[in-house]
Ligand binder design. Structure first.
Ligand code: C2E
Ligand code: CA
Ligand code: CA
Length: 557
C-alpha cells in the first residue's frame, strides 16, 4: 500500500487546523505545529519525511515571514515546498511571501477542491524535481548521467563560443569478461574506480558522463588536451589490482561545428574508438572522414559474410613451412582467402578483425578447419604423403568451453590422425586472460593436438610464461625478426629467444622469411624452420599439391 504524503500544518488557529484536517486527512497525513519553534523542531528531526508545508502566514501575528526566512537555513528542509494561507487579499504581503520562497498562496475562506488540487500539484512538482535530481548523477560512479552530460556539454559549448572542445569516448575492451569471471560486484568496483580516475584527471571545467556499462564520455577543452592526460587515466588503471589484463581504448572527436547535436558528437567519438585496429602501442583513435568509409566497408563485409560461407566464397590457401637445413617441406599453414564475386579478392587482414569483433570468426574458423580436415582425409585416402597442416585459432574461439570437444569431433569425423592438425594460437591471446586461456589450451593439448604459439614477439607475454604453456612450437613473428635483425643488441635478443625455446624443448619457426640472407641468418642462429615468400607464397590447394610433388617432404615430429 502506498503511504500517504505527510503535510506539516503550521497554524496557531485551532479552527483553521480542524477545517484543513477535514479537507485533507483523507489524502494526507497531517502533522500539526501550533508555534514556529515547534515547527522548526519537527523539521529538524523529520525533514526527509515531509512532502509539503502549509503555513499560516499570520501565525503569531506575522511570524510566518520569519519562518520562511529561517527555513532557507535548514539544509534538509530548504527544498520542501511551502503553501501559505492568509485571510486578506494583501498583494504586498503575498509578494513578500513568494520572494521568501513560498510556492503558492491560498486565501481564506478555504475552498476544499481548490486547496486539494493546489497541494497535489505542488507535491507532484517537488517529486519530479527530485527525480530529475536523482538521475543527474549516475548512482554507481557518481558521474553525470548521459542525459545530463549532453545537456551540460551543450551549455558549456554555447557559453564559450570562442573555445574548442573535444569529446573523448572511453571503453574497456572485453569488459564483459570481468563480469563473467569475477562477478558483477567486481565489475561495478572497476567502473567506479575508472569513474574516479577520470574525475581526478580532468580539469575543473571539463565534464565526464557515464553511458552505462563500460562506456564513458569526457568533454575536454582542446587547449588543455594532450595524450598525456589520457595516459594518466591508463596508468591509474594499470595500478588496479585484478588478475586480468585490462585494456582501455579511447575515441576522440574534435567539435568543429557547435550546432551539431551533442548525441551525434558522442557517436563520432564512439565510432572513432570502434574502428580501432589491434595495435597494442596505441590506444587512442581520432575521428576523421576516412572512418565513415571504413565503417561502410565493414558494414558491407558484415552483410555479405553469411552468404559467403553458403556459397563457398572462402577458399583455403596453403603456405608451406620449410626445414632451414634440409630445405624440405615439413608442414604448411592454412590461410583463408575471400573471393567475393563483386568486391574481388579480400585479404584476411581486412575481414578477420571485423569477424573477431562481430563473433562470426568462430563460424568461419570452424569452416576452415573442416575444409582442412577434409583435405587431409583426401590425402589419406589417395595415399598422398602426409604432413601436419596448421590452422589458425582465433582468441575468440578460446572463450568457447566446448572448443576441445569440437576439435576432437572434427578429426574423428574425417578419421584423420590427430597429429596432422596443428593449432596456431596467437601469443596475445594468452596475455589477455592468462588463466582461462591456459586452462583451455591445456585441455586441447591433453586430447593430443599440437599447439603452435603464433606471432611470438608481438603480444608482450613474459618469457617465463613460455614454460607454463602447453606448446610445442614457437612461431617468431616477422615484425619481431625485422625489428631486431638490424641491430647487434637485437640479434642477441633473437639468439636468446631461440636458445630459450630450444632449452624448453620447443621447435622454432620463423615467419615472413623473404630473402636468402634472412634464411642463412636464421639457420646460423639455430632456428629450425621457416615460412615466407622466399620459399613460397600461400597458394591454393592444387598449386600446393603440385609444389609438394616438386619438393622433398620430411616429417616434422
Ligand atoms: P598469420 O597467422 O601471422 O599468417 C601469416 C601471414 O603472413 C599471412 O598473411 C601470410 O600470407 C603472410 N606472409 C607469409 N610469408 C610472408 C612473407 O614472407 N612476407 C610477408 N610480408 N608476409 C608473409 P595473410 O594470409 O594475409 O593472413 C593474415 C592474418 O590473418 C594471419 O596472420 C592470421 O592471423 C589471420 N588469418 C588468416 N587465415 C585465418 C583463419 O583461417 N582463421 C583465423 N582466425 N585467422 C586467420
Ligand atoms: Ca598463423
Ligand atoms: Ca603469425
Amino acid at each position: 500500500m502506498n503511504q500517504k504524503d505527510i503535510i506539516l500544518l503550521i497554524d496557531d488557529d485551532e479552527e483553521n487546523r480542524s477545517t484543513l484536517h477535514e479537507i485533507l486527512s483523507d489524502t494526507y497525513t497531517i502533522v500539526d505545529a501550533s508555534t514556529i519553534t515547534e515547527a522548526l523542531t519537527k523539521l529538524e528531526n523529520h525533514a526527509v519525511k515531509i512532502s509539503m508545508i502549509l503555513l499560516n502566514l499570520m501565525i503569531s501575528n506575522m511570524y510566518g515571514f520569519a519562518f520562511l526566512a529561517e527555513l532557507q537555513r535548514i539544509k534538509a528542509a530548504m527544498n520542501i515546498p511551502v503553501i501559505v494561507t492568509t485571510v486578506d487579499n494583501n498583494e504586498t504581503k503575498e509578494l513578500e511571501a513568494l520572494q521568501l520562497g513560498a510556492h503558492d498562496i491560498i486565501v481564506k475562506p478555504f475552498r476544499p477542491a481548490i486547496i486539494k488540487r493546489r497541494i497535489a500539484n505542488t507535491i507532484k512538482l517537488l517529486k519530479t524535481a527530485a527525480e530529475i535530481n536523482l538521475i543527474e548523477r549516475d548512482a554507481l560512479t557518481g558521474l553525470y548521467s548521459m542525459n545530463f552530460f549532453t545537456k551540460r556539454v551543450a551549455e558549456v559549448i554555447q557559453s564559450n563560443v570562442g573555445k574548442r572542445y573535444l569529446v573523448v569516448f572511453a571503453n574497456i575492451s572485453r569488459f564483459k569478461l570481468v563480469n563473467e569471471l569475477f562477478g558483477r560486484t567486481e565489475g561495478d568496483r572497476l567502473l567506479t574506480f575508472i569513474g574516479k580516475s577520470i574525475l581526478d584527471t580532468i580539469g575543473e571545467n571539463e565534464l565526464c558522463g557515464h553511458a552505462g556499462a563500460d562506456n564513458f564520455f569526457i568533454l575536454i577543452d582542446s587547449d588543455e588536451y594532450n595524450e598525456g592526460s589520457i595516459k594518466e587515466i591508463v596508468n591509474k588503471l594499470n595500478s588496479y589490482s585484478i588478475p586480468i589484463n585490462i585494456v582501455m581504448r579511447f575515441g576522440v572527436y574534435m567539435i568543429n561545428d557547435i550546432t551539431m547535436p551533442i548525441e551525434k558528437i558522442c557517436d563520432r567519438a564512439k565510432l572513432a574508438m570502434d574502428t580501432f585496429e589491434g595495435n597494442y602501442d596505441s590506444f587512442i583513435t581520432y575521428y576523421d572522414d576516412s572512418i565513415r568509409e571504413k565503417l561502410l566497408r565493414e558494414h558491407m563485409i558484415t552483410n555479405a559474410m553469411k552468404r559467403a560461407v553458403e556459397e563457398k566464397q572462402f577458399v583455403i590457401y596453403y603456405q608451406p613451412k620449410f626445414d632451414l637445413n634440409s630445405e624440405c617441406v615439413i608442414g604448411a599453414e592454412a590461410l583463408v582467402r575471400w573471393k567475393h564475386p563483386e568486391f574481388g579478392f579480400l585479404s584476411p587482414g581486412e575481414f578477420i578483425p571485423i569477424f573477431e569483433k562481430n563473433g562470426f570468426i568462430s563460424e568461419l574458423d570452424y569452416y576452415v578447419w573442416d575444409c582442412v580436415c577434409q583435405k587431409i582425409a583426401s590425402w589419406v585416402e589417395t595415399g598422398h604423403s602426409l604432413m601436419p597442416i596448421s590452422v589458425n585459432v582465433s582468441r575468440v574461439d578460446l572463450y568457447n568451453p566446448k572448443l576441445p570437444q569440437l576439435l576432437f569431433d572434427l578429426v574423428n569425423k574425417y578419421k584423420i590422425p590427430i597429429q596432422y592438425l596443428h593449432l596456431e594460437i596467437t601469443e596475445s591471446a594468452y596475455t589477455d586472460n592468462a588463466k582461462q586461456m591456459i586452462d583451455i589450451v591445456n585441455e586441447i593439448r591433453k586430447i593430443g593436438f599440437v599447439i603452435e604459439m603464433d606471432d611470438f614477439g608481438t603480444g608482450y607475454s613474459s618469457l617465463n610464461m613460455l614454460s607454463d604453456l602447453p606448446i610445442e612450437i614457437l612461431k617468431l613473428d616477422m615484425s619481431f625478426l625485422r625489428n631486431n635483425v638490424g641491430r647487434s643488441s637485437g640479434r642477441s635478443v633473437i639468439q636468446f629467444v631461440i636458445n630459450l625455446a630450444k632449452w624448453l624443448g620447443l621447435f622454432v619457426v620463423a615467419e615472413g622469411v623473404e630473402t636468402q640472407e634472412q634464411a642463412i641468418f636464421l639457420r646460423n642462429m639455430g632456428c629450425d624452420y621457416a615460412q615466407g615468400y622466399y620459399y613460397s607464397k600461400p597458394v591454393d590447394d592444387s598449386d600446393f599439391e603440385k609444389l609438394l610433388l616438386e619438393t622433398h617432404l620430411c616429417v616434422m615430429i
